[in-house]
Design a protein around this ligand. Structure first.
Ligand code: ZN
Ligand code: ZN
Ligand code: FE
Length: 763
């Protein structure tokens, strides 16, 4: 034996099972001329290698450098062990393989190898819409229980043919233990139906679908995590028809395009955005429109962005290969309901919208919408975290008890914790109808089952009327913890950045129930994982008509005007006031003055709405945040100055809105362009909150600032604030793993409940 031979044991933790990790290690060991073995353990993968120290170093470095696409390496540890004298490198089949608490991989896009085979006429899977391998394909959406084995997936109905079985059994094959492995002989297939459930004849249902799309038809297409509704995106009549049938007046539709070159025809993107587009998660990426373009205007009306994704299933590739500039691919649901996943259910619910149904017989067990991301302030920002990302956990800085957090009302997600892992569910939706409520309960059951988590603690929002709160309160035999909304936002961002408190937390959103019963949303907190102090907030003012004021920003416009001018507001020669019926103005002013159905709010989201209304952008919105979004989009690229605004001392300090509103009104009366007003307004917020953080730092000594809440989807505000705070030597933490909006709230709830419970046990 070579006397320079040494031995090492390397353990790799994370998502490293069922993703081709052992074959990857095998090949890597051969490349570095090492002997030894690799096996699965309960925590991940264990490797024993023998050879020269230099080769082992290089081998270890390569593990983290380029793991298989579906692997998610969290930790690599290494120790020296005695040399055993291995004569080869081998993959050890561990007996306990199937009983391991392994992490389930998300559903990801078809890999390059499979895509090449898909379009190779000599391949036995040529044009087969369900081609996949260990590196790609469905996972989370087809699993019903663990261990992740074929009988526990919706592939259980398909017995592998001998050729597929052979691939499945060969450790060196790309399809070794690929549970969804299939081919045209043994696997699922697609078929096309009209809305009366008649099968449409034709040799190739996908080519037939393309033909119908070109005719302007609406097709419901079964995908990975649910149905899409598709139309040809350059066909204005078809897009309009889809919009009116879906009762979706203005929310943008997502686009799917065959390749990057085609996206360039109608949208702009940089290298970072291209990386997002082509990432294995294949999210919808928000990209600036290129004008002029051939996409129908109704795809994303009054919006500077298109939501664009590349194909992610073999079926999508086959369809997009038929020569479309782009297809609209919007989620297959009625407005506000969960996306359809079941063939029967889809035909029942979508036959009023779709002309045809392209379905297949591989069941989807758990729906998962397309994820939505954008680049802002140099990082990836998740707007909706779903397919491709779930169920990859957020890895926490410490171990926590098992918690189930129920999330908020809108953009609901739930979160389950286990050890140092927090599993945030896919996007569930707005808990405003029974269909979504059913999906909420189903997701809780499903995730508890596949993650084997029995929660000891339930965390829920303070809001007494949230359906998620009511559900939590109905549960028995479990400890419960109510969590304040904005505290949860701040701790959510702390958790994904693996920091503990105390920090200065800026939590800006539309609506969240405050500890005093008012509606908060423009909050500066001093917070840790257990508690918070409300250091400052926007001064309260009435929301006339409560939630009606969210749908009708002009009501907020009046409320801000009243706070700034009192009764004198009616003398202002503002186009905004002339645009509203006088009788309605009188009624709303009465509600404001007498506080009738007018809860108090400190929300920054509402201030955006109000300024947008005053600036003449829109008086009514089709979805929450629309006016605020349009105000951001129209902002001039830079502002010459900011409006004067200062908080008043007190605990908590109050930030009056009147100075900002008066400055906006003066600008409007002088005929200043709304684009410039918007830019000045953004700069005002950046300076105001940078100064406030500076002030809080002097009081508390805290130098770390955490930014969270739905308002931080605003890239101008986020980018401006990060830069300004960093210029003042603050360390700034933002969201990059979960959404800043309420989709990330359940993570913060879980950590607060877990930490509070742990501390109270010690005390
Ligand atoms: Zn593949
Ligand atoms: Zn087969
Ligand atoms: Fe919120």
């Amino acid at each position: 034996m070579n006397k320079h031979r040494v031995a090492g044991r390397i353990e790799v933790n994370g998502i490293v099972q069922g993703v081709g990790f052992r074959p990857f290690i095998y090949n890597l060991a051969l490349r570095h001329g090492l002997k030894g073995e690799v096996s699965n353990t309960s925590a991940g993968v264990a490797i024993v290698v023998e050879g020269s120290a230099g080769h082992i170093d290089a081998f270890a470095a390569d593990i983290s450098a380029a793991p298989p696409p579906l692997a998610h390496v969290v930790e690599v540890s290494r120790q020296s062990i005695p040399v055993n004298g291995y004569t080869a490198f081998r993959i050890v089949q561990s007996k306990a393989d199937t009983a391991m608490a392994t992490l389930i991989s998300p559903d990801v896009s078809v890999c390059e190898d499979c895509r090449r085979e898909l379009f190779d006429p000599n391949d036995r899977r040529y044009r087969y819409p369900f081609i996949n391998c260990t590196n790609c394909g469905p996972r989370y959406t087809i699993i019903d229980d663990i261990p992740y084995d074929r009988p526990k997936t919706s592939m259980k109905h398909f017995e592998m043919c001998p050729q597929c079985q052979q691939e499945y059994d060969d450790p060196l094959n790309r399809r070794f233990h690929a549970q969804p492995n299939a081919c045209p002989v043994c696997g699922p297939h697609v078929s096309l139906f009209d809305r009366d459930r008649n099968r449409v004849d034709g040799a190739d249902p996908i080519r037939e679908t393309a033909r119908l799309l070109r005719q302007g038809r609406i097709i419901a297409i079964k995908g990975l995590g649910g149905f899409h509704l598709a139309v040809d995106a350059v066909n204005t009549a078809a897009v309009r028809r889809l919009r009116s049938k879906k009762q979706r007046e203005e929310k943008p539709f997502a686009l799917m395009t065959a390749d990057i070159a085609r996206i360039r025809q109608f949208a702009r993107f940089d290298a970072a955005e291209q990386r997002l587009l082509t990432s294995i998660q294949r999210p919808i990426v928000l990209l600036r429109k290129r004008e002029p373009n051939s996409i129908a205007v109704d795809v994303a009306p009054r919006n500077r962005y298109f939501g664009v994704m590349l194909p992610y299933t073999p079926l999508h590739y086959l369809l997009l290969d038929q020569g479309f500039t782009a297809l609209v691919m919007t989620s297959g649901n009625l407005s506000e309901e969960p996306i359809a996943i079941d063939n029967e259910d889809a035909i029942r619910r979508l036959s009023s919208i779709a002309d045809y149904f392209l379905v297949h017989n591989r069941d989807i067990y758990l729906r998962s919408d397309d994820s939505i991301v954008r680049c802002a302030a140099g990082e990836t920002r998740l707007i909706r975290r779903s397919r491709g990302f779930v169920p990859v956990p957020v890895f926490l800085r410490q171990k926590v008890p098992a918690v189930l957090a129920c999330g908020a009302e809108l953009k609901n997600t739930i979160c389950l914790t286990r050890g140092n892992q927090a599993f945030v569910s896919q996007h569930i939706g707005d808990l405003e109808n029974t269909a979504t409520e059913d999906f909420f309960r189903l997701t809780i059951r499903h995730m508890q089952r596949i993650l084997k988590i029995e929660p000891e603690i339930l965390a829920y929002d303070l809001h007494p009327d949230y359906l998620s709160t009511r559900w939590a309160l109905e549960q028995e035999g479990v400890q419960k913890a109510a969590v304040q909304h904005h505290h949860a936002h701040v701790v959510s961002a702390m958790a994904e950045n693996r920091i503990d408190g105390p920090v200065i937390g800026l939590a800006f959103d539309g609506t969240g129930y405050g500890s005093d019963g008012a509606i908060w949303g423009g909050e500066a907190l001093v917070a840790d994982e257990q508690k918070f102090d409300r250091a400052a907030h926007f001064a309260y003012l009435p929301m006339p008509g409560s939630t009606a004021a969210i749908k009708q920003p002009w009501r907020m416009g009046l409320s801000y005007l009243y706070a700034a001018y009192g009764d004198a507001l009616e003398d202002l020669p503002l186009p905004f006031l002339r645009g509203i019926d006088g009788a309605r103005v009188t009624i709303i002013l009465e509600m404001i003055k007498k506080r009738i159905n007018a809860p108090l709010t400190s929300s920054l989201g509402r201030l955006f709405d109000g300024v947008a209304a005053l600036a003449g952008l829109r008086n009514e919105v089709a979805f929450e945040g629309q006016a605020a979004m349009e105000l951001e989009m129209m902002a001039a690229s830079s502002a010459d100055y900011s409006y004067d605004c200062h908080w008043t001392s007190g605990a908590p300090a109050q930030i009056p809105t009147a100075p900002i509103i008066r400055a906006v009104v003066e600008d409007l009366l002088q005929g200043t362009a709304p684009a410039l007003i918007s830019a000045r307004f953004h700069l005002t917020l950046v300076r105001l909150f940078t100064d406030l953080c500076d002030h809080l730092r002097r009081d508390t000594g805290l130098t770390r600032v955490v930014l969270s809440g739905g308002v931080f989807q605003n890239a101008t505000l986020l980018g401006g604030l990060v830069r300004a705070l960093e210029d003042k030597k603050f360390k700034v933490y933002t969201h990059t793993q979960v959404p800043a909006n309420d989709g990330g709230l359940s993570l913060g709830q879980a950590i607060i409940a877990a930490t509070t419970a742990t501390r109270s046990q010690i005390a």
